[in-house]
Design a protein around this ligand. Structure first.
Ligand SMILES: Cc1cc2nc3c(=O)[nH]c(=O)nc-3n(C[C@H](O)[C@H](O)[C@H](O)COP(=O)(O)OP(=O)(O)OC[C@H]3O[C@@H](n4cnc5c(N)ncnc54)[C@H](O)[C@@H]3O)c2cc1C
Length: 508
């Protein structure tokens, strides 16, 4: 704990509020660029945080930020192998790719030789080169220790009460029931929620524009049986799997939503349901009832989790509100918000960490370039807002299509390839060192149109009717044709039998 009183006369260049990984990384970079930075956190590290699975794009951005802004130790967190070599004490897990298993009501998991109910998409070639599941409590605490080590002013258990802007910001800040004044030229909201901006500037956030309507119930558990062992006990062949599914972002697809299972090295598992609530079915149901009813409905899911104990932290099942939210405004004179403050869609496809990092990359670039030029700063922040809004929109479209297809795994499989095509296109841009543009290539009109047109085509075959086998087959063919310009990985090639080894991003 750092007491603040003596700092009240200091004028900071930049005040960053919220010490999640995004706030800390932003502080460290701006400090290295020579700005006088202050970081404020209302809680205290280590603390529980959800949102743990990284992706190749996240790794690429971490490497870029670490190299460009002289944070060599950050680079090591971009791959499982180097993370383990340098910081094994910061708990993480191996994430070799994205795995999906379709669960049907009342039935134990079954599949066939064609892997009709499985989809495994590799994102790395081996464990050493693998992405990671971040135990956020550990990783975020590590970053805050780095913030302190670099001599950045950091105050926890501290909240902003009010803000006034004349030539600069004057913040009234509360720490241990004492009110202190902090001065800063610029303010970055890294709180991961719209609440602070609403409190300080009455900026609203809304769910109105989203197609997706989901919420989540989740926790961490200990000693959860391995999914691979359950498959083997059921004599389900895993011989041609590209990797061990327990070392991946493992998803169980239900009719009404999905489950994430992210494993850490210390045998802890992050487990959560994300449920479609378009019809407000769950609105008034108690969390425990939802949880137990779903376990009773899906026997293989029950087998995984029924005897597991909750981890001490958070020690309970947490229930979110509706996940979709978007701020009406995400920058202004002397301030900007990071992507997770601006909005969120859904954790399907684990885009949150990469999206936050992509936003940090843009904001740092803008601030370092335009600091002395208010007109340019305003123009570039406007473009940043446009980018984040478009990125949320394409993510929403992709995720909403997934929810529509969850009862029909063949359709889900085909639809999800639009996401993989968009992310591969974006990865390629970064690997070729082109200007990265928008996350998921949301600035590429052809990609946006491909997703929108495909969504309209999807609705035609599922609205008010069950799709037939022929509908599903023709839709898969349609998507295969549409993703052709981006499909360097053989996606939807029938000979792959839903096992994709060649989607691996070659990151040097
Ligand atoms: C259910 C769920 C599952 C997810 N799963 C994934 C996933 O698998 N992969 C992925 O990439 N992303 C996932 N995400 C998204 C991911 O959580 C976010 O992208 C990520 O947490 C953003 O990090 P952050 O540092 O911006 O915000 P946060 O981690 O939310 O950190 C914000 C910090 O600000 C502090 N704070 C808040 N208000 C104030 C205040 N007024 N004053 C001072 N401090 C304040 C908080 O205490 C916190 O420490 C998921 C999100 C949800 C909701």
């Amino acid at each position: 704990m750092n007491k603040m009183t003596e700092n009240s006369n200091i004028k900071y260049d930049i005040l960053i509020v919220g010490a999640g990984f995004a706030g800390s990384v932003t502080s460290l970079i701006l400090n290295n660029l020579g700005f006088k930075v202050c970081l404020i956190e209302k809680g205290k590290h280590p603390r529980f945080a959800i949102g743990e699975s990284s992706t190749p794009v996240a790794d690429l951005i971490i490497r870029n930020l670490a190299t460009k802004y002289n944070l060599p130790w950050l680079y090591e967190f971009s791959r499982y192998g180097t993370w383990q070599k340098t910081h094994p004490e910061v708990v993480c897990g191996i994430k070799r790719g994205f795995s999906y298993y379709k669960q049907y009501p009342g039935k134990a998991f079954t599949t066939d030789e064609e892997h009709i109910n499985e989809l495994l998409v590799a994102a790395s070639s081996d464990d050493v080169q693998s992405d990671t599941n971040w135990l956020r409590a550990d990783f975020d605490a590590f970053l805050v220790d780095k913030v302190k080590e670099y001599g950045i002013d950091y105050f926890d258990q501290t909240e902003i009460v009010s803000a006034e802007r004349n030539a600069d910001w004057q913040f009234q800040v509360n720490q241990f029931n004492e009110n202190i004044i902090l001065n800063a030229s610029f303010f970055i909201d890294a709180t991961g929620s719209s609440k602070l901006l609403n409190q300080l500037m009455e900026i609203d956030s809304s769910s109105e524009e989203f197609l997706t309507n989901s919420f989540s119930i989740f926790s961490h558990f200990n000693q959860v049986p391995k999914w691979l062992e359950i498959l083997q006990e059921e004599n389900i062949s895993t011989d041609d799997y590209p990797y061990n599914p327990d070392n991946s972002a493992l998803h169980q697809i239900l009719d009404e939503g999905w489950i994430w299972m992210l494993r850490f090295n210390d045998n802890r598992l992050s487990f959560g349901f994300v449920l479609d609530d378009t019809n407000e079915f769950y609105k008034n149901l108690p969390t425990e009832k939802i949880w137990n009813d779903l376990l009773d409905k899906y026997p293989s899911v029950k087998r995984i989790i029924k005897d597991c104990e909750l981890s001490t932290v958070p020690g309970k099942i947490v229930r979110s509100e509706r996940l979709q939210r978007k701020l009406k405004q995400s920058y202004g004179e002397g301030w900007v918000a990071l992507p997770h403050t601006i909005g969120f869609v859904d954790p399907l496809f684990s885009s949150g960490i990469a999206h936050s990092l992509a936003g940090i990359e843009k904001i740092i670039d803008i601030i370092s370039k335009d600091w002395e030029n208010k007109t340019l700063l305003d123009l570039d922040l406007k473009e940043y807002q446009n980018a984040v809004f478009e990125e949320l929109k394409i993510t929403d479209n992709l995720v909403a299509g997934c929810y529509k297809t969850m009862p029909y795994f063949g359709l889900f499989n085909a639809w999800s390839m639009l996401y993989f095509a968009a992310t591969i296109a974006h990865e390629q841009r970064r690997i070729k060192k082109e200007i990265p543009g928008y996350f998921l290539n949301a600035d590429d009109k052809a990609i946006r149109e491909m997703v929108q047109t495909s969504y309209a085509d999807l609705l035609k075959i599922i609205e008010n009717k069950q799709p037939t086998e022929d509908d599903i087959k023709s839709f898969a063919e349609l998507i295969r044709e549409r993703i052709k310009p981006y499909n360097i990985a053989g996606l939807l090639d029938p000979s792959s039998k839903n096992m994709y080894r060649h989607t691996v991003a070659k990151i040097e």
